[in-house]
Design a binder for this molecule. Structure first.
Ligand code: NAP
Length: 308
């Protein structure tokens, strides 16, 4: 594929930026790539593994001459970054981001950007529990969704180019307005993460079951919560601080459902429990049919010889 952008600048060089850099290189989507990270250590690693063509000390330097700037820092750091890069952006450049919450990022970034720069917020629905410049891989976005939330009156050519970039990186692209994005993600990602954090926290409190028992028998279900609960604490703190309303709304619904199941257990209402679990099983089937997870037993984990 031919290059869609002459120079792509990444602000932040963690999991998402490094995966984008690998995917862009895989498909030849950019003439050159630059980047910067907050710590000297991350910048040094990025240089060592030649993640991008040039690593700069500051975001201001990294965006010079870039026709695409991708903000890949935690949501709470977006405003300071936007303020820093604004005077250095090339006229006609596109600025996008990968933040997990969209309304808060728009409020934080848009007011700082100069006229003539196109701001098209985005969110790839792909990730792992790993962080940093070494954690990325080119396949992360393959067959995953990337949601873009273009503002009203967004330049159609700039939007098409960004859509083509995500498709070139292997993703499917959907357009949505920012409030709807935040609600959808509260259901599909933010609240489930909070529940996983809680479940792992609860197990940590149960003194009648020893820590070694929790670890030893974790394959019975707990282990899958622990993977989610190992996600980056800064990123997830920022998600809950900035997608407050939607998360609280869905959490309220969750609590109501939990009480329904709690009562069914207390009253021995097997019919309700069976119907409920049949419905949830169908949702799982839908996710597999849509190619968003594997049907292999135990999520495709490789079974050790002789292991149960
Ligand atoms: P990451 O691996 O932890 O990388 C974050 C990057 O941002 C690092 O380069 C870090 O620099 C830099 N950074 C952290 N705090 C900063 C600050 N206060 N000022 C400036 N730079 C700062 O994170 P990630 O997973 O790539 O996440 C980046 C963005 O993608 C977040 O907005 C997140 O919501 C979004 N996202 C994440 C996932 C996921 O599953 N991980 C999925 C979709 C979207 P140092 O390395 O020097 O600390």
């Amino acid at each position: 594929m031919s290059a869609l952008y002459q120079r792509v600048a990444f602000i932040g060089l963690g999991l998402i930026a490094s995966s984008m850099a690998h995917a862009i290189r895989r498909a030849g989507l950019a003439g050159a790539m630059t980047g910067t990270a907050r710590s000297a250590e991350s910048r040094e690693i990025a240089r060592e593994i030649a993640l991008v063509d040039a690593v700069f000390e500051t975001a201001a330097e990294a965006v010079e001459g870039a026709d695409l700037v991708v903000l890949c820092v935690p949501v709470g750091a977006m405003e300071a970054v936007a303020r820093e890069i604004a005077p250095h952006l090339a006229p006609g450049a596109t600025v996008t981001d990968v933040g997990s919450v969209k309304q808060a990022v728009i409020h934080a970034v848009a007011p700082h950007l100069p006229q003539g720069v196109h701001f098209i917020p985005g969110h790839p629905l792909a990730g792992t529990e790993h962080s940093g410049p070494r954690s990325g891989f080119a396949e992360l976005f393959d067959n995953r969704w990337c949601i873009l939330t273009p503002p009203e009156g967004c330049d159609p050519t700039a939007l098409q180019r960004l859509q083509a970039l995500w498709r070139g990186m292997g993703a499917n692209v959907d357009l949505m307005d920012a409030p709807h994005h935040d609600l959808v993600l509260a259901v599909t990602s933010h609240t489930p993460h909070l529940i996983a954090y809680t479940m792992v926290g609860v197990a940590d409190d149960l003194r009648r079951v020893t820590d070694s028992e929790v670890i030893k028998y974790s394959a019975a279900g707990f282990r899958d919560f622990t993977r989610i609960a190992a996600s980056d604490p800064t990123m997830w703190r920022d998600v809950f601080l900035t997608n407050k309303e939607a998360t609280l709304e869905i959490l309220g619904r969750f609590t109501e459902e939990l009480f329904v199941l709690q009562r069914a257990i207390r009253q021995g209402d097997g019919v309700l429990l069976h119907e409920y679990f049949t419905r949830t099983r169908a949702i799982r089937r839908g996710i597999i049919d849509a190619g968003q997870d594997t049907d292999a037993p135990d999520f495709g984990r490789i079974r050790q010889h002789g292991a149960e």
